[in-house]
Design a protein around this ligand. Structure first.
Ligand code: NAI
Length: 346
């Protein structure tokens, strides 16, 4: 077989480093493109067998049709979430693989880092002492010990976050569409979670069903002063409703590693530019909002695992003819799922 050709979109320096290192053995022919994969840039994939993409590449119907026309066989997501791929439309046209887990610790630890930074005002103290301002006014925080955290999504990341919270002596309640029977986690329905939680952390995938699960109605059910942490996907939260909740002093703080319109701005340096997204600008201007730009995954361990698993997915697809990490909308129907036999979905 000829050397496999991979068109790598939205490439950053850290991607080049980790993939170049992991590719030393495989020796695939990787072309790194800085641009995202969209309908306008998909032509760059011509002559490649695989497109390797990340969270803000847009694999919509048009892109899928064009990939099929160009003879691209595989979309290799180098992330866990796949809400940016029209998986149903891709069925029968182009296969999709992902990296289901690379370091759930990275994301869970980042969620706790955001929470501590926010409630202990570390971000403000850092700037003050840099300026030799040693005043403590306005830096009063609160103990996490004894507080109730509501965790939405108790998969790999959610459970690690729960373990971290237990270490802080917090009370844990959780909601999951598919609760884990033997986990020892106290599951409640969403309304109870909104009502009882001092802190709410999101660790579920984004689906059509839970888009804007934080909205005006659900914010109204939350405790006054609630802290929201979103390291999952931006569109779980209606940003306008969040802004309103902050202005009404209902939301105590928001820690956002993701934002619903992030694909237009995240991962780029816009310092010195006028940012056109007024909602994001207003959120960032709030003293009780911390934004990181989809950074929760970014640890050395995670980058190595992402590169190793992505290249292993590609090797398995083309060489071993198996595809354990394939994403396919039919996999929800386990009776018909070929993936349980580690075969390709079509
Ligand atoms: P996972 O698949 O192990 O767990 C997801 C959990 O959510 C499962 O227990 C599932 O039953 C539950 N779930 C599914 N639909 C739900 C719904 N509608 N409501 C409530 N719960 C629901 O996934 P993992 O690895 O824990 O990742 C969770 C999410 O974290 C990913 O979907 C992704 O969006 C996000 N993520 C963010 C990263 C970042 O850098 N900020 C990096 C990696 C993942």
């Amino acid at each position: 077989m000829d050397k496999l050709r991979i068109a790598f979109f939205d490439a950053k320096d850290y991607d080049r480093q980790s993939f170049t290192e992991s590719n030393k053995d495989a020796g695939y022919d990787i072309t790194f493109f800085e641009t995202r994969l969209t309908s306008d840039t998909v032509k760059l994939a011509e002559g490649h067998d695989v497109v390797c993409v990340f969270v803000n590449d847009d694999i919509n119907r048009d892109v899928i049709d064009q990939l099929e026309r160009l003879g691209v066989k595989l979309v290799a997501l180098r992330c866990a979430g796949y809400n940016n791929v029209d998986v149903e439309y891709a069925y029968g046209k182009v296969h999709v693989v992902r990296v289901p887990a690379y370091s759930p610790y990275a994301v869970a630890e980042h969620a706790m880092a955001l929470l501590l930074t926010s409630i202990r005002r570390i971000h403000k103290a850092y700037i003050r002492t840099k300026d030799f301002n040693f005043s403590l006014n306005g830096l009063t925080g609160f103990d996490l010990h004894g507080k109730t955290v509501g965790v939405i999504g108790t998969g790999k990341i959610g459970r690690i976050f729960i373990d971290i919270c237990r270490g802080f002596g917090m009370n844990i309640i959780a909601y999951d569409k598919f609760p884990a029977a033997d986990s020892g986690i106290e599951y409640v329905d969403l309304d109870e979670l909104w009502e009882k939680s001092d802190i709410i952390s999101f660790h579920c995938p984004l689906t059509e069903e839970n888009r804007h699960m934080v909205n005006r109605d659900t914010i109204a059910k939350m405790k006054k002063g609630v802290v929201l942490i979103n390291t999952s996907r931006g569109a779980l939260i209606d940003s306008e409703a969040l802004l309103e909740g902050i202005k009404q002093r209902k939301i105590g703080a928001a820690c956002l590693d993701v934002y619903e319109e992030e694909s237009n701005v995240f991962f780029h340096d816009y310092s010195g530019h006028i940012v056109n997204d007024d909602t994001l600008a207003r959120l960032i201007s709030m003293p009780n909002v911390i934004v990181t730009s989809h950074q929760a995954f970014l640890t050395e361990e995670a980058l190595k695992n992402i590169a190793d698993t992505t290249l292993a997915n590609i090797r398995e697809f083309f060489i071993s003819d198996t595809c354990p990490n394939e994403v396919c909308y039919k996999c929800a129907n386990l009776a018909n799922c070929k993936q349980t036999h580690e075969k390709k979905c079509f």
